[in-house]
Design a protein around this ligand. Structure first.
Ligand code: DAT
Ligand code: MG
Length: 138
């Protein structure tokens, strides 16, 4: 298959818990390449565009607030089938039930807040990846 690129975000909880290195280590251990990286204090406008598919959902506002609670690390990652592959590394959205061995399964749980603090974001399709990479690495 052709080489793909995906956008990974280490969310504010991952940065605050000093998991940037661990998350990048897992990406590189899988054989994917980090081709660009930046630490960002995301403003609301960027997050509204990033999460436009979720506008109107009950978790949207707390999600956008949470993503402004501290810096995030935006990472451009390249590799064969990396879009699907990183989502496999990340694990299920709900960290309580994410499988052990995944980033969310090993380090996350439900912290009792309305927003699931699930450590990472990964693009979910080639179209999302292209759109999101253009937002975070403009
Ligand atoms: P994913 O990040 O696994 O692609 P998503 O795109 O459906 O999941 O949702 C984006 C983020 O919104 C997700 O990482 C955490 C939060 N979220 C999703 N569903 C939620 C829910 N039911 N309650 C609270 N937060 C939720
Ligand atoms: Mg998603």
């Amino acid at each position: 298959d052709a080489i793909q690129e995906t956008l990974v975000l280490v969310k504010p909880d991952g940065v605050a818990r000093n998991l940037i290195g661990e998350i990048l280590r897992r990406i590189e251990a899988k054989g994917y390449s980090v081709t660009d990286l930046r630490m960002v204090e995301a403003d609301r406008g960027l997050l509204e565009q990033h999460y436009e598919e979720h506008v109107g959902k009950p978790f949207y506002e707390p999600l956008v607030e949470f993503m402004q609670s501290g810096p995030v690390v935006a990472v451009r990652v390249a590799g064969q089938r990396v879009i699907e592959g990183f989502r496999s590394l990340a694990g299920a959205t709900d960290p309580t039930v994410a499988a052990p061995g995944t980033i969310r399964g090993d380090f996350g749980r439900d912290w009792g807040l309305r927003v699931q603090q699930n450590l990472v974001h990964g693009s979910d399709s080639p179209e999302s990846a292209a759109r999101e990479l253009a937002l975070w690495f403009r």
